[in-house]
Design a protein around this ligand. Structure first.
Ligand code: HC1
Ligand code: SF4
Length: 575
């Protein structure tokens, strides 16, 4: 640590920390629009300027490291004037459409303007009108609202290593867009939505489809069946002032019924189903030598998109199991429809997801209508559900809990942990162990695959056989593992792993691009703790012990990888 002063008060702070972080620790907020705790600072917006006592220059607090003994002035009339001018100039280039903006009331620029009490803009208005990019199924990019802070591009490049967004042109002409000015769906974009989760204003946001839900509820003879993803339950509460990580599963079921859903199911059920299929597929690959190793998870649609674009030679490594969302849709319109005596054509299947890429996933043409009609009709993000609940005047935080509907609503703790990085792996290990050894795993918490390291490698002892696994999250972290596998393939070496889990977003789905705004590592950790505590509280913690899973195989699917299971629950990938 080093000793510094902030506004004359002495503080002991970590060495090599920035002035911005040191001040934050001391409880002093220096405003900024471009920095984010997920990203390296790049000093774009200029609002965080501070003074160093004894020096005539102002420095940017985000990108300046503390020097022992220095006294930093964070707030004085001159600094406030500089900041105010930067905000006013930004506002002069920004459309004044707050009332109808996707970020109304949660926009960071709007908040700064309010904090600084800006009532008039003393510069001529100069808003560049550029067309909105609605080319993907997931996102709307409105370049007119972009303030060139660069967060989206940084996140796309640093965290995701996708480079779909970059700064084009120079000087006054600078703007952020896909390279060569193409549309997002012509760029390498994987629809993860991390740009939308990090944008401080309303320049990039999820494609809102709440009206489609309302229309379905209003329509005659439509049976609206909804599923909720694992990660939604530990984040939605934040929209209503609850602590991140609060488990609101029962309240979400109740709210969905109040919004007009006819049946409420849980994606966690299908996460258990995925484990049955994907776990059996893995065991088959290991024990019979059919299919290549390592097997790689395929439930994250941004990851499958990325793999198809950048590692098409590795497609045989993908598990053919569909994502839980797609499996849930398929069994909703077949098994459930038959049991409930409802026409599959009259079912409208809705998925509430923490993810913007899930909107894209339902439009992929590879076998996403296994029931004969679209298996999932509509995907809404956690943020969209939050808005619908607000609009309906529902006091979410005080709702009574209710239960999901049978026969595809029950889930095990293994299904829940799909929502965190390492969770699919842990859930699969719990069931694969049983399949291989015919015994239950002693310690059900597979700690080797937990945590927030970008890449985690470990092994699990399957009664004398060492099963080697690896987990990666945050798309930029996948490269080292994929290169390792590719090298082994090219040299004809033993596969370095048996099973790999990849999630595009840092932390897994709990920090998906469709989650409530403000996701940072401290919030990720709370949501992760919520997921693990839900698992620990579950009576059933292994997918193969979920009674409704046992039932569906008995009544309908026969056994994992059966012909029927193949038809409904598996898919293929394209180069
Ligand atoms: Fe996910 Fe999944 S865990 S992909 O992160 O496999 O979105 O929550 O629903 O489908 O279960 C997302 C979450 C989700 C699927 C499951
Ligand atoms: Fe980049 Fe993801 Fe945004 Fe696409 S959705 S531009 S990949 S951050």
């Amino acid at each position: 640590t080093v000793e510094i002063k902030i506004n004359g008060q002495p503080y002991e702070v970590e060495s090599n920390t920035s002035i911005l972080k040191a001040a934050k620790k001391a409880g002093i907020k220096i405003p900024t629009l471009c920095t984010h705790t997920d990203l390296e600072p790049w000093a774009a917006c200029g609002i965080c300027v501070v003074k160093v006592e004894g020096s005539p220059k102002m420095v940017r607090a985000c990108a300046t490291t503390v020097v022992p003994g220095q006294n930093y002035i964070t707030h004085d009339p001159e600094l406030q004037k500089v900041r105010r001018t930067v905000i006013e100039m930004t506002l002069s280039n920004h459309p004044q459409e707050c009332l109808s903006c996707a970020k109304n009331q949660i926009c960071e620029l709007q908040k700064l303007a309010a904090d600084f009490g800006i009532r008039e803009i003393p510069f001529p208005m100069d808003v560049k009108r550029l067309p909105k990019d609605t080319s993907t199924a997931s996102l709307v990019f409105d370049p007119s609202k972009c303030i060139q802070c660069g967060r989206c591009a940084q996140v796309c490049q640093q965290l995701q290593d996708v480079w779909a967004l970059e700064f084009l042109h120079r000087g006054h002409q600078t703007r952020i867009a896909p390279a060569a000015g193409v549309l997002l769906n012509e760029s390498p974009c994987i629809k993860c939505g991390q740009c939308s989760a990090h944008c401080p204003v309303g320049a990039i946001y999820e494609k809102s489809q709440t009206q489609e839900f309302c229309d379905a509820v209003e329509a005659d003879n439509v049976h609206v069946a909804v599923q909720i993803a694992p990660a939604v339950r530990v984040a939605l509460g934040e929209v209503f002032g609850m602590e991140p990580g609060s488990i609101t599963t029962g309240k979400i079921y109740t709210a969905l019924r109040m919004l007009g859903s006819d049946a409420v199911f849980d994606t966690n059920f299908a996460a258990d189903l995925t484990i049955m299929e994907e776990g059996t597929e893995l065991v088959k690959r290991i024990t019979t030598g059919s299919g290549v190793l390592p097997q790689i998870t395929s439930c994250c649609p941004s990851w499958t998109d990325y793999m198809e674009k950048y590692y098409p030679d590795m497609i045989p490594h993908f598990s053919t199991a569909k994502s839980p969302m797609m499996m849930q849709g398929a069994v909703t319109k077949t098994y459930y429809a038959e049991k409930a005596g409802i026409d599959k054509e009259s079912i409208y299947s809705v998925a509430i997801m923490p993810c913007t890429a899930k909107k894209y996933e339902i439009g992929r043409d590879d076998n996403m209508a296994a029931s004969g009609v679209a298996d999932v009709d509509l995907v809404l993000t956690t943020r969209e559900l939050g808005r619908m609940i607000k609009a309906a005047g529902i006091d979410f935080a005080n709702l009574k809990d209710s239960e999901a509907d049978s026969p595809i609503g029950a889930y095990s703790g293994a299904g829940t942990i799909f929502g965190v990085t390492g969770g699919v792996m842990e859930a699969a290990v719990r069931t694969a162990y049983k399949l291989v050894t015919d015994a239950e795993l002693g310690d059900i918490n597979v700690n080797a695959v937990r945590g927030m390291e970008g890449v985690r490698k470990g092994s699990v002892d399957f009664n004398g056989t060492e099963i080697k696994v690896a987990v990666a999250h945050g798309m930029a972290n996948v490269k080292s593992i994929m290169d390792e596998i590719r090298e082994a393939n090219e040299k004809g070496l033993e596969p370095p792993y048996h099973f790999i889990e990849v999630m595009a977003c840092r932390g897994g789905c709990i920090a998906g691009g469709g989650q409530p705004y403000g996701t940072e590592d401290n919030i990720r950790e709370k949501r992760i703790a919520g997921i693990y505590s839900d698992d620990e509280k579950s009576v059933v913690r292994r997918s193969h012990e979920n009674p409704e899973i046992i039932q569906i195989y008995k009544d309908y699917l026969d056994e994992p990888l059966s012909e029927k299971a193949h038809h409904l629950l598996h898919t293929s990938y394209t180069e």
